[in-house]
Design a protein around this ligand. Structure first.
Ligand SMILES: C[S@@+](CC[C@H](N)C(=O)[O-])C[C@H]1O[C@@H](n2cnc3c(N)ncnc32)[C@H](O)[C@@H]1O
Length: 192
């Protein structure tokens, strides 16, 4: 089975070219992007949160799956990195770009819960995990990636991933599935 996606978001090529030109290598790969789009499509009118915008490739995938009534907040620490996504995707009224630390944003956010949380940076994953999970609506999805070992990661990264996955699997309020596919993902659905 060829599992490469056959439908790519219209602006993905431009975002990818900008990321490559800047030497940014942390963008989600296409299979993860395709999963993001599919999960977003499963939530008509859904409220979606992305932590770590990067160059906006994940954002473009999410937008490509969302219907017109859905909305997306995406948070990024580095305004220069987020600038390209803001410029190319910012005209879409469904997306709000937030520039700042994801941990501070999670602590300060006082709005409603989300149907899909894509935690693609430290806060919401290795820090502020409880807060990110608290923001997942009943039946909502929490998704993380980059869980398989990769060269260049800090030595203790694998141990951190192991502890993170074990902690999530132990929870009674989420049902989890691990996907040893793409960069390695875990999807958790709030059941309580
Ligand atoms: C894996 S990349 C995001 C990729 C993007 N979600 C995608 O799908 O293409 C992680 C991003 O998190 C950002 N970041 C790092 N620390 C952060 C923090 N404390 N708060 C928000 N963003 C942070 C980095 O600048 C980087 O752009």
């Amino acid at each position: 089975m060829d599992d490469s996606p056959n439908r790519l978001p219209p602006l993905l090529a431009a975002l990818r070219a900008a990321a490559r030109a800047a030497g940014f290598i942390m963008s989600s790969e296409d299979r993860t992007g395709s999963l993001l789009a599919t999960l977003a499509a499963s939530r008509p009118g859904g409220r979606i949160l992305e932590l770590g915008t990067g160059f906006g490739e994940g954002t473009a995938w999410l937008l490509s799956g969302m219907d017109r009534a859905a909305d997306l907040i995406t948070v990024e620490l580095d305004p220069a990195v987020q600038g390209v996504g803001r410029q190319l995707l910012g005209a879409d009224p469904r997306v709000s770009f937030v520039s700042g630390d994801g941990g501070a944003w999670l602590e300060e956010y006082d709005g409603g819960p989300f149907d899909l949380v894509f935690a693609d940076t430290w806060p919401g994953k290795f820090t502020h995990l409880e807060r990110a999970l608290e923001l997942v609506a009943p039946g909502g999805i929490y998704l993380i990636d980059d869980l398989l070992p990769q060269p260049g990661r800090p030595k203790d990264h694998e141990a951190s991933v192991h502890d993170l996955l074990a902690g999530l699997d132990r929870r009674e309020d989420f049902r989890c599935v691990r996907l040893a596919w793409s960069s390695g993902l875990l999807m958790a659905v709030r059941t309580l």
